[in-house]
Write a protein that binds this ligand. Structure first.
Ligand code: ATP
Ligand code: MG
Length: 137
């Protein structure tokens, strides 16, 4: 864990955001080939984006390039034999987008996977909402 000491707050549903983190961490753990491999969870603030970044990087098996575009499709799974439903990332992507966030994946077979969730800070959400309501007037 490498968590930033002070991050600006985010507007959102704490339970839904917890679901996002748990889904991503479980996927990362499920991808590890053996106990010598690990998962690193980190957070940081990116001022130019007015956004918070949650990064989950694993030393797992990685993802085939032809699968990358399908990861968040409902029922897409490579773990059917192990009971995977393929709904974890579909739900995660829906929840991240409901918080005006972005979800990105960097991976290659044998090279591990890095998943980034970017969420707007509460300040930037308020500023955008104020601008929209001013435009509507
Ligand atoms: N960190 C990761 N490393 C390697 N592959 C991943 C990773 N995260 C997701 N995947 C791939 O994306 C697919 C879809 O993930 P998703 O979480 O939606 O479903 P699942 O994990 O297969 O099943 P469920 O989450 O419903 O138990 C996985 O089957 C796997 O192939
Ligand atoms: Mg999953």
């Amino acid at each position: 864990m490498d968590l930033a000491e002070s991050l600006p707050p985010v507007w959102g549903d704490a339970q839904h955001l917890e679901h996002v983190v748990v889904n991503l961490v479980v996927n990362a753990l499920e991808a590890l080939p053996d106990a010598g491999c690990g998962v690193r969870v980190s957070t940081r603030y990116v001022p130019e984006d007015h956004g918070l970044v949650l990064e989950i990087a694993d030393q797992g098996v990685g993802i085939a390039p032809q699968h990358l575009a399908r990861l968040c499709d409902p029922f897409f799974t490579t773990k059917a034999a192990r009971g995977g439903t393929g709904l974890g990332l579909a739900i995660t992507a829906t929840l991240v987008h409901a918080h005006s966030g972005r979800l990105t994946f960097h991976s290659a077979p044998g090279q591990g996977t890095c998943v980034c969730v970017t969420l707007p800070s509460a300040d930037s959400t308020r500023t955008a909402a104020a601008a929209r309501s001013a435009e509507a007037r």
